[in-house]
Design a protein around this ligand. Structure first.
Ligand code: GUN
Ligand code: FE
Length: 440
């Protein structure tokens, strides 16, 4: 049995069944004990510390805070190489930059080379779990899952389904997409820490038959997820109305195909039609809020407050390559600004909720990750209060942990990620990278 302990400041949100909501847990001087990859205790150092066996090594993290690993609720594996492609809104951006970048994933060797780069980049930014779009090619999913398995990441991903309105090289008949998705589910879903998400790209590139095959898969497998895009951009929505004249609205296209349920995660939801939000809430579907992407592509401002008030679970999505950073700290900062311009202030606690426990709930993995408490898998970060000179200077006058977390979310990025642990093992972070370089 391997055991370790980590001492320092600890901030986490946890389920509080008594309250029927989440509770904030904070220890100014805390300790988390890990055995065989699981958290076995988390509490105040002056209470727990003296009970620890002297055999357990204690790492003391100073001038930083331990938080759960971040959960990116929406990101595209094949788009890291075309991040920051300028000048277009969604539909033209897809044609000009995205589809050509995704065509490269037809080559299995290219996929195998790209997957470690992508996952190591996620980890370096403090993202320990994610819901990921691969490309239409099954080899992109194979490579991604292989590399995630090797890293022991809790990751959910799926092969894109598209059968129209994209380059021929990225299309396949609906039946073939169904069959290939099924084979990937059988091969990968539930293997180690991996899960599958059926991934119809969005209504403009999917026939009714293709969307229905996605709905069929969701019904056939009781614990897979479904991910897609919904109501991101005006031209997209107009195209959906043209293609599906019989549907009441965009969401109805997905409803008619059996795609809308409690295991469905809809990215964007910027311009939902009247009534759609309450239908999403009723179905217990989740939203991936992607503020960086929505600003970059000029898509619009999601009504965060309305989604929250409707009781919908909201995860945060980097949506790279339309988002301009893999950092969920940077994404929290964009979320703050998008909500603020619409009159809502997102407190640091709330932003960290969406980046951790909220995302984990949206991805149906909150019984495993997203909180620091006994029984959870020990995926956690140490965020650095001295990440940059500006952050260090600002921290010197911060009065409490909420202010420190706010400074990190507004100013932080991968430089603020000192350590990343997966199941209790150090795997990334700038301090880890330094030890790797120092090793012979
Ligand atoms: N809608 C359909 N495909 C995509 C994509 O790759 N990125 C974004 N942001 N929106 C989409
Ligand atoms: Fe996306």
């Amino acid at each position: 049995m391997s055991a370790s302990a980590h001492r320092g400041e600890i901030f986490t949100l946890t389920d509080d069944p008594a309250k029927g909501a989440e509770a904030t847990v904070y220890h100014a001087d805390g300790v988390m004990v890990i055995e065989d990859g699981l958290i076995t205790a988390c509490g105040a150092w002056d209470i727990l510390g003296p009970t620890l066996s002297p055999d357990i090594p204690v790492t003391h993290h100073k001038n930083g805070v331990m938080v759960p690993g971040f959960v990116d609720a929406h990101v595209h594996f094949p788009q890291l190489s075309m991040i920051a492609s300028p000048g277009k809104q969604l539909m033209d951006w897809l044609k000009s930059y995205t589809f050509p970048a995704e065509e490269a994933f037809a080559d299995p060797e290219y996929c195998k080379a790209a997957a470690p780069v992508f996952l190591d980049a996620l980890l370096a930014h403090g993202t320990t779990s994610a819901l990921v779009f691969a490309s239409v090619h099954e080899q992109s999913v194979e490579a991604l899952f292989e590399a995630a398995h090797a890293r022991n990441m809790r990751l959910v991903a799926g092969k894109v389904l598209m059968d129209r309105d994209a380059p021929d090289a990225l299309l396949e008949p609906a039946e073939e997409g169904y069959r290939k998705s099924k084979a990937l589910i059988e091969r990968w879903h539930g293997k180690g820490r991996l899960g599958y998400a059926v991934t119809p790209r969005f209504a403009p590139t999917c026939s009714k038959e293709s969307l229905q095959s996605a709905g069929r898969l969701l019904a056939e497998y009781p614990d897979i997820l479904l991910q897609t895009h919904l109501s991101e951009n005006h031209a997209e929505i107009a195209r959906v109305a043209e293609l599906f004249p019989d549907a009441d609205d965009y969401l109805d296209v997905y409803e008619q195909s059996g795609m809308v349920g409690d295991r469905s995660v809809f990215a964007h939801c910027v311009h939902l039609e009247e009534g759609a939000l309450s239908r999403l809430a009723k179905a217990r579907s989740s939203i991936a809020f992607c503020p960086s992407s929505n600003l970059f592509l000029g898509s619009g401002l999601m009504d965060y407050e309305a989604a929250r008030k409707a009781g919908i679970e909201i995860g945060l999505g980097s949506d790279v390559g339309a988002g301009t950073s893999l950092s969920l700290l940077a994404t929290m900062s964009e979320a703050y600004k998008v909500a603020h311009i619409k009159g809502t202030v997102i407190a640091a606690e709330q932003a960290f909720y969406h980046a951790t426990l909220g995302g984990a709930r949206a991805l149906h993995m909150a019984d495993r990750v997203g909180s620091l408490k006994p029984g959870m898998e020990a995926d956690f970060l140490v965020l650095d209060y001295a990440a940059t000179p500006v952050i260090a200077g600002r921290m010197a006058v911060a009065r409490d942990v909420m202010e420190r977390l706010f400074v990190l979310m507004m100013l932080g990025d991968d430089r603020a990620v000192r350590h990343v642990y997966l199941a209790g093992k150090p795997v990334a972070g700038h301090a880890f990278a330094a030890t790797q370089q120092a090793a012979p």
